[in-house]
Design a protein around this ligand. Structure first.
Ligand code: OFO
Length: 158
């Protein structure tokens, strides 16, 4: 594979692990505020991010390339409200989408069609990730304080 593209995938797989930590901090914020449903929902989100990272790692390994694990800055642990968490999350996902789009553009440019096919999964996943957070934001905005508790109940079912 093209070396610059391998490097770009390494950057992204490390960003997926960083994303996992972003949601892990949020999960524990909800735990501290006794919002069990949100806690559970963000725990699943945390695990999904690790799966996204794993998929990239498996892909590089299967193509005979080297995975390079790196560090990252501490995530944000304190928030003013549930709405703030969801808005930070949506913006985070928009950033991920931008990065995946850039990887796809690189794969097309390189005529690396195996990577184009591989990255399609992430493009679809990002549509879902952004939709999930947009929907939660709308529900919190509409619901008021009682709505938040009802939502907490529902999110326990993810
Ligand atoms: Fe891996 O999609 Fe969210 O960050």
């Amino acid at each position: 594979m093209d070396k610059k593209f391998v490097e770009a995938i390494n950057v992204q797989l490390n960003f997926e692990i960083e994303s996992a930590h972003v949601y892990l901090a949020m999960q524990n914020y909800f735990a501290a505020h006794s919002l069990k449903g949100f806690e559970h929902w963000f725990q699943i989100q945390f695990r999904e991010e690790l799966e996204h990272a794993q998929k990239f790692m498996d892909y590089l390994n299967s193509r005979g390339e080297r995975v390079d694990i790196r560090g990252f800055a501490s995530p944000k642990n304190e928030f003013a409200s549930v709405l703030e968490i969801l808005e930070v999350s949506l913006n985070h996902e928009k950033e991920v989408t931008k990065r995946i789009n850039n990887l796809m553009a690189m794969a097309i440019e390189l005529k690396d069609y195996a990577s184009v096919s591989f990255l399609n999964w992430y493009l679809n996943e990002q549509v879902e990730e952004e939709a999930n957070f947009s929907e939660l934001i709308e529900k919190v905005k509409m619901g008021g304080p009682n709505g938040l508790l009802m939502m907490d109940h529902q999110l326990a079912k993810r």
